[in-house]
Design a protein around this ligand. Structure first.
Ligand code: FRU
Length: 516
């Protein structure tokens, strides 16, 4: 095996480090925060909460040049508990600023997942036209009702903010949608403004199907229709829906996408997000889609939804980078779990309609110190101090045949990914990638993704490795696999093997850290 020396201009951080005199006690400062954000496994260019437990992204909203990210948050522990909405803001969807907690549990229950809109016309009357309200629509989950064995312990409520999401008031007429017929899983409202009917449209999930409602004012809701009892995958409970229009790339045809997260029952185990492409006429969603489509075949992209407040074709998605199979057991100490990179969703058509998802263009601004290679052939290895904060792009020319990439370190942790021609699929094998024994389901099998590419001309690949994750994009996101990883130390060697192919147009780049 030949070794290509791979030298990066690493920032020599230690060069400017000053020792604190030993008799001075360190106070919590911003500098300590930076130290805290270097804990082992803390992602360096993905969103994570300041501390404690996080799950689903909520209330994704762009307003006044600011991207708001709310999220399911339990500020007391690193496992799931009474849910709050945490809050963060960004101007570019990559770097984030933590904000005070937005919504706290109350007498109606915990604050489960939901969405947010800017009520610019003040249809709700909760603000004024001059100072329109930001309105959050979420599920109240009543733990007492659940304990008592009732089935109607989830219902939908709203809260509003007149200062762009900093402080919130719960609406005193809550809930705005009561639980109609004691449906145990009745949650995760996603609201959008529907231009054609001049109404707010709300999509929520009820166990094995989605329900649609409309409203003129975000307060009184009329039931419209159901979708999905007999459509799509039903291996688990439907959660976190999202309904939005998209134009088919290269045409002026508009279709509607319905995202449905489901747990368990995803193709590689546990939690995953399926989607339907069809039509929405203001009352019902219909589709002729026969097959089951998944947004991401990796094990770790769940409960993802898209931004309100952006143009329809600037469809921007964030998912929770974990899986209920092991989310509460991953080997981190002060906080748990990260969000995926923000991704742009686009709609395409060949013999069926399908979505691509690829990191937002702003990610290019965080990519630096790129080293390029015209070609990397069978058994080449590149070495680096740390492949776990890097991005790797390359192409493979001609009809796609078997290839494999291995990331490894001296501790003999090994992560594999590649393509199997025989079953026309990509794979990620994290079974020996590092710490895996915190939960058997984490590393029980190789994860497989059917290839969307016809693999006949040229296939492009982008890998984003952050401290404890891999996002693997084929052909700008036609196939995607998002996976958590816990190597016992950073991967330092990347080895390419293929009897048939070489890698072309390869570049290996460092990624800027967002917490500095
Ligand atoms: C999805 C989910 C949602 C629910 C939330 C509770 O991960 O189960 O359905 O609203 O998490 O935290």
């Amino acid at each position: 095996m030949r070794i290509l020396p791979f030298l990066f201009l690493f920032l020599v951080l230690t060069g400017c480090k000053k020792e604190a005199p030993s008799d001075i006690k360190e106070e919590p400062t911003e500098k300590n925060d930076v130290v805290r954000f270097r804990e082992s496994y803390r992602p360096q260019y993905h969103f994570t909460p300041p501390e404690k437990w996080m799950n689903d992204p909520n209330g994704l909203l762009f307003y006044n040049d600011t991207y708001h990210l709310f999220y399911q948050y339990y500020p007391e522990d690193i496992v799931w508990g009474p849910m709050h909405w945490g809050h963060a803001t960004s101007t570019d969807l990559v770097s984030w600023k933590h904000q005070p907690i937005a919504l706290y549990p109350d007498e109606l229950g915990y604050i489960f997942s939901g969405s947010a809109v800017m009520d610019l016309e003040n249809t709700s009357g909760l603000g004024t036209k001059e100072n329109p309200p930001m309105v959050a629509i979420f599920t109240h989950h009543d733990p007492k009702g659940e304990k008592e064995g009732r089935n109607d312990f989830q219902y939908q409520s709203i809260a509003y903010s007149l200062d762009e999401g900093t402080t919130w008031t719960k609406y005193d007429g809550n809930p705005v949608i009561g639980n109609p017929t004691s449906i145990r899983d009745f949650r995760d409202p996603k609201v959008m403004w529907h231009e054609a009917s001049q109404k707010w449209i709300l999509t929520l999930v009820a166990g094995d199907h989605a329900k649609f409602y409309s409203s003129p004012d975000l307060k009184s809701w009329t039931y419209l229709s159901d979708f999905g009892k007999d459509k799509g995958a039903h291996g688990g409970v439907w959660e976190c829906p999202d309904l939005f229009p998209l134009t088919v790339a290269g045409s002026d045809e508009t279709k509607w996408a319905l995202l449905i997260s489901m747990n368990p029952g995803a193709p590689n185990g546990g939690s995953g997000t399926q989607y339907f492409i069809g039509d929405f006429d203001g009352t019902s969603f219909t589709t002729t889609q026969k097959d089951i489509k998944w947004l991401d075949y990796g094990a770790d992209n769940y409960a993802g939804v898209t931004y309100n407040g952006l143009p329809d074709n600037d469809r921007t998605f964030i998912g929770w980078m974990s899986n209920w199979n092991y989310a509460q057991k991953t080997p981190t100490e002060n906080w748990r779990s990260a969000m995926t990179l923000s991704r742009k969703l686009t709609l395409h058509k060949n013999d069926t309609y399908y979505l691509k998802s690829y990191p937002v263009p702003a990610i290019e601004e965080y990519t630096y110190s790129s080293h390029t290679y015209d070609s990397i052939t069978n058994n080449y290895s590149l070495t680096s101090e740390n492949f776990n904060e890097m991005r790797i792009d390359f192409e493979i020319e001609g009809a796609l045949k078997d290839f494999e990439l291995k990331f490894s370190n001296v501790a003999n942790d090994q992560l594999f990914l590649g393509y199997h021609k025989e079953d026309h699929s990509f794979y990620v094998d994290r079974r020996r990638s590092g710490k895996t024994n915190f939960e058997p389901k984490f590393a029980e099998k190789v994860h497989i993704a059917p290839a969307m590419t016809n693999g006949e001309n040229k296939t492009s690949f982008s890998l984003f490795l952050d401290t404890s994750s891999l996002e693997f994009f084929v052909d700008q996101g036609a196939t995607v696999m998002t996976e958590q990883l816990f190597p016992t130390q950073p991967y330092t060697v990347m080895t390419f093997t293929s009897k048939e192919h070489k890698m072309t147009q390869a570049s290996v780049s460092k990624m800027k850290r967002i917490w500095e």
